[in-house]
Design a protein around this ligand. Structure first.
Ligand SMILES: Nc1ncnc2c1ncn2[C@@H]1O[C@H](COP(=O)(O)OP(=O)(O)OP(=O)(O)O)[C@@H](O)[C@H]1O
Ligand SMILES: [Mg+2]
Length: 425
């Protein structure tokens, strides 16, 4: 018997699936608890027992009738939970006579209370051999208390790096990957999603699109409400950290000073609960960064990027300067666009495919004249294809008004002659 516990995205379901696939012999009984069924008494138990229903006839009559009643197979008075528990014990023991049985219950924090009570009872009484009952849960579930627990705590840094590299938005610069690894704290879902989120949120917001997304609900409502209640200085500090992709504390404080924000005014206990100042400044909760960036007014975001562009050292970090400057601009500007194109070349040479694609998309948006626009559109589409972002590539090809989109994308993928005039050829 085991309860696998851990935060959302830490890998509980993945571990359960791995366990199921490793159990090659015997019978597998599965249940996945969903919030919408929490009110339905015995919903999880029913899911779990469906494959065993033809064995009900083997049970003593009171136990059989109890299960038939709670599963809605007969009409009768609500049976005693103790009898239901004994019936499930008998059913599982009968099924395990001869070959092992693995019962896998995912998301037990959403289990209906009647099932939780019965399965907790069963788990404490199951014979040790031949039946395994494994639950996953985000937190502690009252009825499962006292059962052996395995707390998942996330991946170590080396494995986290491997996972970030495997994310669909791979090809990020190493220093951005380092920050993601620091912020994700070994959480596999965060490691897979943050690379896209970090870049995607900024891009979406820069293009003036709605900044909502599936990740918005990854941040608890109270956390978001708490951020709204912070002072203007504190919120500005959070926004500076959110907009600065590396988490360089010196740069963050220089930009803060430029915007008139002092540490005395901005650093409150609440901010301390959200940010961690170390070699890097990181958000304690990996998705708060995007939430902060999304929540800010466009004008404030621009002011923050402007300040970051001004304080970044152009000799040390030309690319960061170019990016912030680009984010601060709304009007087309060839000088800024050309800077970004150069940054894209450098990123590409370093293997930062996503960064290169993002730089080029932004360069395109800021290019005033049609001839370089066409070139940059092709280059941006090419870089997007190479970075594995086909959606963006398709949008760019449509924007260019090319008739046979698929053929063109194929050519881009193969790096064909169409790219001859383009920076990445
Ligand atoms: N050890 C691992 N190595 C690589 N990827 C992993 C690992 N563990 C989990 N993942 C991936 O991370 C993501 C989140 O994992 P999973 O769905 O198992 O989390 P969870 O703990 O069940 O989350 P929730 O509480 O939301 O149900 C999935 O895409 C999964 O494939
Ligand atoms: Mg899960």
């Amino acid at each position: 018997m085991l309860v696998v516990r851990g935060a959302q995205g830490i890998g509980k379901t993945a571990l359960l699936r791995y366990l199921e696939s490793s159990a090659t012999a015997g019978q597998l009984l599965r249940a996945s608890c969903v919030e919408s069924e929490m009110e339905l008494a015995y919903a999880t138990l029913h899911q779990l027992c469906v494959p065993l229903l033809d064995r009900l006839c083997e049970l003593p009559v009171p136990q059989r009738q109890a299960l038939e009643t709670v599963f809605g197979m007969r009409v009768g008075p609500q049976p005693d939970r103790f009898v239901v528990g004994l019936a499930v014990l008998s059913l599982l023991s009968g099924a395990a006579d001869g070959s092992p049985v693995l019962c896998a219950v995912d998301d037990a924090q959403q289990m209906d209370p009647a099932s939780a009570q019965v399965l907790g009872f069963v788990a404490r009484r199951l014979p040790a051999a031949s039946i395994a009952l494994v639950f996953t849960a985000r937190g502690r579930t009252q009825d499962l208390l006292g059962l052996p627990e395995l707390e998942l705590t996330g991946l170590g840094d080396a494995h986290a790096q491997v996972l970030v590299n495997s994310a669909r938005c791979g090809g990020l610069d190493q220093h951005i990957r380092d920050r993601i690894v620091a912020e994700a704290k070994g959480n596999p879902r965060a490691l897979l999603e943050l690379p896209c989120e970090l870049i995607g949120t900024q891009l979406m917001c820069l293009h003036g699109k709605t900044c909502a997304g599936p990740l918005a609900n990854r941040v608890d409502q109270p956390v978001l409400a708490g951020i709204e209640e912070l002072s203007e200085e504190s919120r500005l500090l959070l926004l500076i950290v959110a907009a600065e992709p590396i988490g360089d504390p010196t740069l963050v404080w220089r930009a803060a000073a430029r915007l008139g924000v002092t540490s005395a005014a901005a650093l409150t206990a609440e901010v301390d609960g959200l940010l961690s100042f170390d070699v890097r400044v990181t958000f304690r909760h990996p998705h708060v960064r995007s939430a902060v960036y999304r929540a800010a007014a466009q004008q404030t975001r621009r002011a923050v990027h402007q300040a970051l562009a001004e304080v970044a050292d152009p000799h040390d970090d030309l690319d960061r300067c170019a990016w912030h400057l680009a984010a601060a601009f709304t009007e087309p500007n060839e000088a800024v666009a050309a800077e970004l194109e150069q940054s894209a070349r450098r990123a590409f040479a370093r293997g930062g495919l996503v960064t290169a694609a993002v730089f080029l998309q932004r360069a395109l948006a800021l290019t005033p004249d049609s001839s370089p626009r066409a070139e940059r559109a092709v280059a941006a589409a090419h870089a997007s294809v190479l970075a594995g972002d086909l959606e963006t590539a398709k949008r760019l090809v449509d924007f260019m008004g090319i008739d046979d989109r698929n053929e063109f994308l194929d050519q881009l993928e193969r790096g064909c002659s169409v790219l001859a005039a383009v920076p990445f050829s």
